[in-house]
Design a protein around this ligand. Structure first.
Ligand code: PLP
Length: 416
């Protein structure tokens, strides 16, 4: 018995392998998110006693509203401690249907909804459900860091369509159509956009829908996680157009609009077939997501939007503060974000300049310089497919933003 056990020890079975773990090839296809890497670096500097202001993370600085916290506490007392249905509690799925109808004019039935561990998992479920090896997925740049990596993980091919500051970081229908090939399986985008804050209008989405109507094989993954943080009036969903409705997977979640990042609740609305595919995948990965967070999300979705609106107003004020300060910096190109909580200035004017012998060649160099010298953390545009830009998150207090903007100005102006 003992010797049989000995023989089954992994080190004996695999003794011909080197000491290195034999990791799967797919790890070579993807990178660690640079947003997280930057946050790690700034925490390290702060731990050394530096007064670092972090403008690097995509996280509301507000606490989750009290009525949602209370709902979570009550859920514990009511016994929400067991495994949940894979696609989410029926009551939550119905609250999500009501929300889609009320806010977006989209009529879903509960079996078209899958609740996941964050919008991130909802996105990954959709990519896994759609993308086979060699399939192309069109992604407008600048794009959210994980889109390309999700596609690559499935051995698909991200096809980037570039938008510029002059276009307010929005691609045109003609650019979209030019990128379509017989291998195109999906189009994946966020509006409001992380990292640029750009928002596609009803007319712009309609024009995309007209293109997709001509290509019935293409699916659209519409990431609307910043829906409630728009400064243009009403948010518009691309799923509202009849000709493409069944091919749109609308992604949303609780993280941004309800300040619930750590609760990890996201969801998607899609055709019954796609929702069933996502449920099947999730059933083998994580099962149904957290019971307490789901119970609290029901209350959040059915309850008052006052805290959400107050947060939105604060973001708009901060957006204005940051934009006004950035405009004072000569050489910096700045967009006018209409949503989310990011500004994405073009810093190419500063590339090739130096400070005390330190030469800035790339956006990453610039971020490192501003972090080390000015103690302000931002994220390099390289992470978002835009190497001429940096991303500033203004999800922090007005006071900190004022100080950070002054530091950025000083840091950039002392480059020559
Ligand atoms: N989509 C975009 C565009 C995001 O910026 C983020 C988070 O930063 C997510 C999805 C993921 O959100 P969640 O916290 O719900 O996983």
């Amino acid at each position: 018995m003992d010797s049989a056990r000995q023989l089954n020890k992994p080190e004996q079975l695999y003794s011909h392998f080197s000491d290195m773990p034999q990791l799967a090839q797919r790890l070579n296809y993807i990178q660690e998110p640079q947003t997280i890497a930057m946050a790690k670096l700034s925490r390290e500097l702060a731990a050394q006693g530096h007064d670092v202001i972090s403008l690097s993370l995509g996280e509301p600085d507000f606490a989750t509203p009290k009525h949602i916290l209370d709902a979570a506490k009550a859920a514990l007392d009511k016994g929400y401690v067991f495994y949940t249905p894979v696609a989410g509690y029926p009551e939550l799925r119905s609250a999500i249907c009501d929300k889609f109808l009320r806010d977006n004019g989209l009529a879903f039935k509960p079996d078209q909804i899958v609740v996941s561990t964050g919008a991130k998992q909802a996105l990954m479920n959709a990519v896994m459900a759609l993308v086979d090896k060699g399939d192309e997925v069109i992604i407008p740049t600048p794009y959210w860091v994980s889109y390309s990596e999700m596609v690559r993980l499935m051995e698909g091919i991200p096809v980037f369509v570039r938008s510029t500051l002059e276009q307010n970081y929005k691609i045109t229908p003609a650019q979209l159509e030019a990128a379509i090939t017989p291998k195109t399986k999906a189009f994946m985008f966020s509006s409001p956009c992380n990292p640029t804050g750009s928002v596609y209008s009803l007319q712009e989405l309609k024009a995309f829908a007209e293109v997709f109507a001509r290509y019935p094989r293409i699916h659209i993954i519409a990431d609307e996680i910043y829906e409630y943080i728009t400064f243009t009036g009403k948010h518009e969903s691309i799923a509202q157009f009849d000709a493409i409705r069944d091919r749109v997977i609308t992604i949303n979640g609780m993280s941004k609009g309800f300040a619930m990042t750590g609760w990890r609740i996201g969801y998607l609305g899609a055709s019954k077939e796609i929702a069933a595919a996502c449920e099947k995948i999730q059933g083998q990965f994580t099962s149904g997501t957290n019971a307490i967070a789901q119970a609290a999300s029901i209350v959040a979705l059915n309850g008052t939007r006052e805290p959400t609106n107050a947060m939105r107003n604060a973001y708009e004020r901060r957006r204005n503060l940051v934009i006004n300060r950035l405009k004072e910096i000569k050489g910096l190109g700045c967009n006018n974000p209409e949503g989310a909580f990011y500004v994405f200035p073009d810093i190419s004017h500063f590339l090739g300049k130096s400070y005390q012998g330190q030469r800035i060649e790339t956006a990453t160099d610039l971020c490192m310089y501003l972090l080390n010298t000015m103690h302000v953390a931002m994220v390099t545009g390289e992470a978002f497919g835009a190497p001429e830009c940096v991303r500033i998150s203004y999800a922090t207090s007005d006071d900190k933003l004022e100080i950070a903007m002054q530091r950025i100005k000083t840091g950039l102006e002392q480059l020559s």
